[in-house]
Design a protein around this ligand. Structure first.
Ligand SMILES: Nc1ncnc2c1ncn2[C@@H]1O[C@H](COP(=O)(O)OP(=O)(O)O)[C@@H](O)[C@H]1O
Ligand SMILES: [Mg+2]
Length: 252
């Protein structure tokens, strides 16, 4: 494997004595679409927040794009800015991400921070709005949109900066089937063969979404990685999926 996007070794993280990651060893490959699969409470969100440097490992080691990812390393402003440019994060709940008065402003916010020229901002926002089926909503306040529309705005507002790595926490949770399908289609369009330099890492407990998007799967159980490999192989491992509460246990 070429250098992974992220390498974690014996990572532990607890919330005030409550363990969430309990000795996590993991390589997350570059240029791939990795599903982090696990039941509620298995540590998916905690892992993604560590990968986005929103919180830091209490013991063990995390490397991102070949560099140690530590609080000390990111205290350097230039390093923090470089990291934020390369790695984008979409929260599970879009309400914590959307804060601008209109959908247009939401997409333009990142590019404005980066001092893009106005013409380029207008053109890219228009293109992203079209790609995400949001053109008619450009002037609407994001907090009044449906769950699926909010999710697409949040995703577009991160993708507009063209991050090398995109982290998504449960991109289809709480969406109806059509809204979920829209997100899956957008990810299929924007990652993979068309954009081999982009890395996608997303958490889910939806096996159907894994099959449709991922080309690599990691399974978490109680804060540890208990399996990693090809989707076809792991999705066929009924015993593993039942043990990890990703499939209901059936009698007989
Ligand atoms: N803010 C928090 N305070 C205390 N415990 C937390 C907090 N966030 C998560 N946990 C606990 O950490 C463990 C892992 O949670 P999380 O990373 O959210 O898992 P997942 O995203 O897979 O549901 C769970 O036992 C959860 O209850
Ligand atoms: Mg979670």
């Amino acid at each position: 494997m070429t250098d992974p996007a992220f390498r974690l070794r014996d990572v532990q993280f607890s919330y005030r004595g409550h363990p969430a990651l309990t000795g996590l060893d993991l390589d997350l490959p570059r240029g791939r679409r990795t599903a982090v699969l696990g039941a509620n409470g298995s540590g998916k969100s905690t892992l993604l927040r560590l990968l986005d440097a929103l919180q830091f490992a209490q013991t063990g080691r995390v490397e991102a794009l070949g560099q140690p990812l530590t609080e000390a390393a990111l205290r350097d402003d230039a390093a923090a800015i470089a990291f934020r440019r390369r790695v984008g994060f979409v929260f599970q709940n879009p309400d914590v991400q959307l804060f601008c008065p209109t959908v247009f402003d939401e997409l333009a916010f990142g590019p404005l921070q980066m001092h893009w020229p106005r013409d380029r901002i207008r053109a890219r926002v228009a293109a992203l709005l079209a790609d995400f089926g949001l053109t008619g909503l450009a002037d609407r306040p994001p907090h009044r949109l449906s769950g699926g529309e909010k999710k697409r705005v949040a995703l577009a507002s991160v993708l507009i900066l063209d991050p090398e790595v995109l982290l998504l926490d449960e991109p289809t949770a709480a969406l109806d089937p059509q809204a979920s399908d829209d997100i899956v289609a957008a990810l299929q369009r924007d990652f993979g063969a068309a954009n081999p330099a982009r890395t996608l890492i997303f958490s889910t407990h939806d096996l159907d979404v894994v099959a449709r998007i991922a080309d690599h799967v990691v399974v978490l159980e109680d804060g540890r990685a208990v399996a990693a490999g090809a989707p076809a192989e792991l999705l066929a491992d009924t015993a593993l999926l039942q043990r990890c509460r990703l499939l209901p246990a059936r009698s007989g």
